[in-house]
Design a protein around this ligand. Structure first.
Ligand SMILES: *Cc1c(COP(=O)(O)O)cnc(C)c1O
Length: 469
């Protein structure tokens, strides 16, 4: 057919806009968005004609064009950041937003979003006035620290801590603790950014108290410890504890700071999990400033918490960077609600999703795997062997890197043994209305069930929408 005739078979923008299929679309998305989608749909059809000298299949008649336009409007409204089922086996997955929030935090955030809140307003007129007040009071109670400060994340916490305490001076750190957290966060770079001069002491595997001692002189501003959260050195090793460092530093009138990375406000070992240093232990040992993340093991929103001596915290609160790094009302609401859960420690395993998932008994996941096997087997189809298998979950976010938690998974292997067949299944799972994120390992696709809490929603999500009713 001649090109001209093909173009002529496409309706005008106005005509397509008035298609009865699109009446509801106007109600839902407005006429401007629909007009744009109709124009783009017709443009795309014309481009197809130009390129292939044929009408695209989806533009065969006006009904189909209207449908295509309607889909285009809807997909423009589809959020790019979407909920997923995290069956990757990593509980605190940084790329998946780390800690899921407790219900109490979700409620507190939605109130803070909808209404005016007492962010920096004292109802009793006491004039405390700063936005970290509520969090600081909670952290004092939970950790025994004199005061606390909240910024956007732990990287920001380390930056403002160093800038306040030791700008223009030397900061002594063990060579074994010059951590790279990922991205551009490397301890030596952060030091430079904060205007501090890094003084490395000891060796990668062994650092002694005398190494710190020999590095102290008139220009020293701080002795610093960094928790090596994302790697582990084994063998012939020695490091100096915070308690020893505090004694040495305070003899010289110097402060000690420690970046715990994750930090855990409860004793994880009591829950059968690998032990992680606790901020309150550091405070008890006399450390002047302790920093840790809000969205790692604490199970709250992205935030960086600094606790410690009031005189230092007051200086940090007054540093110009604080204004640049301060948290908004939503973060503070989520954090306050999360920390309040810690006031009822015996309920924490139920109420805090991170802890609930980390402590799920393996038998529970094993039973769940047995329940889900048939459904997932038929979802995958005859090209795959579907099975249940024991596996090991990771905590994630650089927390406790070498420790794994016994879990249970559904596994798929491709009968044709091809990686591309397996990848296609992984893609099908990611294309579900709520994408399902698994992990390819050992020639299999693994769905680690540790983080699968809403089983009914998961099963409904596997059904194609038109078979639902
Ligand atoms: C994770 C981590 C950080 C960075 O914390 P964010 O909250 O991700 O900014 C800094 N230091 C250590 C030791 C960490 O483990």
């Amino acid at each position: 057919m001649e090109l001209k005739n093909l173009y002529a078979r496409l309706p005008s923008v106005d005509r397509l806009l008035n298609h009865r299929l699109l009446e509801k679309v106007v109600d839902r998305h407005g006429s401007a968005a629909l007009a744009e989608a109709v124009r783009q749909t017709l443009d795309e059809a014309r481009q197809h004609i130009r390129a292939t000298n044929s009408l695209p299949g989806w533009a065969a008649d006006e009904q189909q064009l209207a449908q295509a336009a309607s889909q285009r409007v809807a997909s423009r409204q589809q959020m790019q950041m979407r909920p997923v089922f995290n069956l990757s086996g990593t509980v605190l997955h940084t790329n998946l937003g780390r800690a899921p929030m407790a219900e109490a935090a979700v409620e507190a955030v939605s109130h803070a979003m909808r209404e005016s809140v007492t962010l920096e307003y004292d109802l009793d007129g006491a004039g405390r006035g700063h936005r970290d007040h509520a969090i600081s009071a909670l952290l004092q109670e939970l950790t025994g620290a004199e005061a606390a400060c909240v910024v956007n994340n732990n990287a920001a916490a380390v930056l403002i801590l160093l800038s306040t305490v030791a700008a223009g001076r030397e900061v002594v750190v063990s060579r074994g603790e010059l951590v790279e957290i990922g991205g551009a966060f490397r301890m030596p770079d952060v030091m430079r950014q904060a205007g501090c001069r890094l003084v490395e002491v000891g060796a990668t595997n062994r650092t002694h108290l005398r190494d710190y001692q020999q590095a102290i002189h008139a220009d020293t501003g701080l002795l610093m410890k960094v928790h090596t959260s994302n790697y582990h050195i084994e063998g012939f090793t020695h490091s100096v504890s915070e308690a020893e460092l505090v004694e040495l530093a305070h003899q010289h009138g110097l402060p000690v700071a420690t970046d715990l990375g994750s930090g855990a406000l409860i004793d994880l070992a009591a829950h059968g999990l690998p032990a992680e240093p606790m901020p309150q232990q550091m405070i008890a040992q006399g450390v002047d400033l302790v920093s840790f993340s809000g969205d790692k093991l604490l199970g709250g929103p992205q935030a960086g918490l600094i606790i410690g001596k009031k005189s230092w915290i007051d200086k940090i609160q007054q540093h110009p960077l604080k204004r640049a790094l301060r948290c908004d009302k939503m973060t503070l609401a989520a954090l306050e609600a999360t920390l309040r859960l810690y006031l009822q420690p015996d309920k924490l395993t139920q109420q805090l999703p991170t802890l609930r998932r980390l402590t799920r008994p393996q038998a529970e996941m094993q039973e769940q795997a047995a329940r889900l096997l048939d459904c997932l087997g038929s979802f995958a189809g005859a090209e795959f062997d579907t099975a249940t298998a024991a596996c090991l979950s990771q905590i994630g976010s650089g927390s406790l890197p070498v420790d794994r938690l016994p879990s249970w998974a559904i596994t798929f292997s491709a009968r044709d043994g091809r990686g591309s067949t397996l990848e296609a299944l992984a893609q099908r799972l990611r294309s579900l209305p709520t994408p399902v994120i698994g992990r390819l390992n050992d020639g299999k696709l693994w769905l680690d069930l540790r983080c699968l809490e809403d089983e009914a929603a998961f099963l409904a999500n596997l059904q194609p929408p038109d078979s639902a009713g």
